[in-house]
Design a binder for this molecule. Structure first.
Ligand code: NAI
Length: 338
């Protein structure tokens, strides 16, 4: 099976190169994002392997179909960048890696929260300059504070456990409550109103797009910390910027950003940032922004490579009419009206 592997980064190769022969796969690495223009580079490959910022819309799917690609293998959990409805109608199979290390993302979420709270990023810069003043670096005790978790799936539940370990009260909203969540479910507005820390762990779907907006921010406590390690589109960025400017928030920890596709995962240190919202976010001393790296641990990268290759191998031997283990189910999508 030959795989067109889009948007490759140096850290992708070690595990994929090591494991590909075991799964009977040969990989054609491509530096570009997958989109309607680059889809043609899949010629001769049955599989297009894509990541979080690739654009897999109807135009890309049309171009992929012409190259003979039959399987889109997402090497990530989220699939908000795939036009699933179009993919299903066109007969593509779409697979993903539903779980690689919930702990990796949940631990990074806590790292962002601790950094924002205790201003570690500023302390680090100061001591590097032999400035040992602690003026302005005051934080707050986490013990006894309320963590509001939106989405208690695999990652949200691990983050809830971590918050519990810090002695925080944990409340959550999820339209599909889980028996294994160790905290109290509340309506979403109560989570906004009662939380000292709000952490987003739900998928980006139409119902969640811009859920953090002017109205939900108005419900929040003054001095709240918002952490987003899920998808940038969950937050209306101008509303976040307004709230930061008006000092509504204690701070924000962000691993994702709505328009991240243009910048994240690449080095622009010698360039001018032309995205004014991104530049503004980076200018706040109480915002810590990482470049979609919450997943990035040794354990998770190995799991991503292994599951992606297993998904592809399974597709290769799939009997007509059967569904793949990690296939993104299209039955509901097919029934949706336009
Ligand atoms: P999951 O599917 O296990 O959990 C998602 C939860 O969100 C489910 O319990 C679901 O019921 C809930 N949900 C659905 N609609 C909701 C709504 N309207 N409001 C509140 N909750 C809602 O997913 P998992 O593995 O926990 O991942 C969560 C998100 O984290 C993913 O969607 C992905 O976007 C993001 N992610 C980010 C990574 C990073 O490196 N920054 C890495 C992996 C995932």
């Amino acid at each position: 099976m030959r795989i067109a592997f889009y948007d490759v980064k140096p850290y992708d190769k070690p595990w994929f190169d090591r494991l590909a022969p075991e799964y009977g796969c040969e990989i054609k690495y491509l530096d570009y994002h997958l989109n309607a223009d680059t889809a043609r580079f899949s010629e001769g490959c049955g599989v297009a392997c894509a990541f979080v910022n690739d654009v897999i819309d109807k135009d890309t799917l049309d171009a992929l179909a012409e190259t003979g690609v039959k399987l889109i293998a997402m090497r990530c959990a989220g699939y908000n960048n795939v036009d699933l409805k179009a993919a299903c109608y066109m007969g593509f199979k779409v697979v993903r890696v539903p779980e690689y290390s919930p702990a990796a993302v949940a631990e990074h979420t806590m790292a962002l929260l601790l950094c924002v709270n205790r201003k570690i990023h500023r302390a680090y810069s100061r001591t590097r300059e032999n400035n040992f003043s602690i003026n302005g670096l005051i934080g707050f005790d986490m013990r006894g504070k309320t963590a509001g978790i939106i989405g208690t799936g695999k990652i949200g539940r691990v983050f809830a456990e971590i918050c519990g370990g810090f002695g925080m009260k944990v409340i959550a909203y999820d339209p599909y409550p889980s028996d294994s969540f160790n905290g109290e479910y509340k309506p979403i507005d109560s989570v906004y109103r009662e939380s000292d820390v709000i952490s987003l762990h739900c998928p980006l779907i139409p119902a969640t797009r811009h859920m953090i907006n002017k109205d939900s921010i108005a419900l929040m406590k003054d001095g709240v910390v918002v952490v987003n390690t899920s998808r940038g589109g969950l937050i209306d960025t101008p509303a976040l910027i307004d709230a930061l400017k008006s000092k509504k928030f204690y701070g924000a920890g962000l691993d994702v950003y709505e328009e991240e596709a243009d910048y994240f995962f690449s080095d622009y240190s010698a360039e001018i940032i032309t995205d004014d919202d991104l530049a503004r976010l980076l200018s706040f001393p109480n915002v810590v922004l990482t470049s979609h790296q919450a997943f990035f641990t040794e354990e998770a990268t190995r799991e991503i490579a292994e599951t992606t290759l297993k998904n592809i191998q399974e597709f290769n031997t799939l009997k007509e009419g059967r569904t793949l283990v990690n296939e993104i189910c299209c039955d509901n999508v097919k029934r949706l009206p336009d």
